[in-house]
Design a protein around this ligand. Sequence first.
Ligand SMILES: [Zn+2]
Ligand SMILES: [Zn+2]
Length: 250
Amino acid sequence: MQEAVNQREHAFGIRERLGFWLRNDAARLLFPSRCLACEAPGVEGLDLCPVCLAALPWQPRACIRCALPLPQPAGDDTCAACLTEPPPLAACHAACRYQAPLDRLLPRFKFHGDLAAGRLMSQLMARAFAGLPRPAALVPVPLHRARLRQRGYDQALELAKPLAAVLEVDLQAGLLRRQRHTRAQSTLDAASRRENLLDAFVVSGSGGLPGHVVLVDDVMTTGATLHAAAEALLDAGVRRVDAWVCGRAL
Ligand SMILES: [Zn+2]
Ligand SMILES: [Zn+2]
């Protein structure tokens, strides 16, 4: 509990830096913030009103390896499933549960080019993760270039860029590449997701690898994509891989 309080205090410690970042955004001067969920005036430099900000489904106390909520308020910080079969991620953190209004805002960002929704998601992640140990590099989970062409932008990269700037962490967007065009994970069951991702990622960094990488993605569902990306990095010699996601689906 104390840890959660400390984390929240750390998070608000960077408010000034977030404020600086927003004050320098010329668009802010022309367009005052509006709540992306309900259109009411925004608060704290966010495109969220006070009511929707207070109602955000912030992640409760969760397993440090898979970010699923833990049943008890105290005790082990790792769930039984991760103790039995440890995932490749040393730590995994979600800003929020993937519930309203995230389940409406994130698809707007991901599939409909709503970059304001993406900026808000990134701000929420910066608040949630400000108190966590900084890695040597943030690495967005890459899209295959065919899908990038189709969509026009890479949602994980768009989340990771401002996050890296606010938290002052190196962004290494080119470290990981998707070498196979995998089928959309959302259409597959858990076993087929793993199969679909076999050898999907390749580490393309020449020179020295960062020792500690945090993977950044929008939503974590089964974790198959993040695990495949983490395994590729670990196989290449990265010592520790964590993941930070905006929404954790239950
Ligand atoms: Zn609102
Ligand atoms: Zn777990």
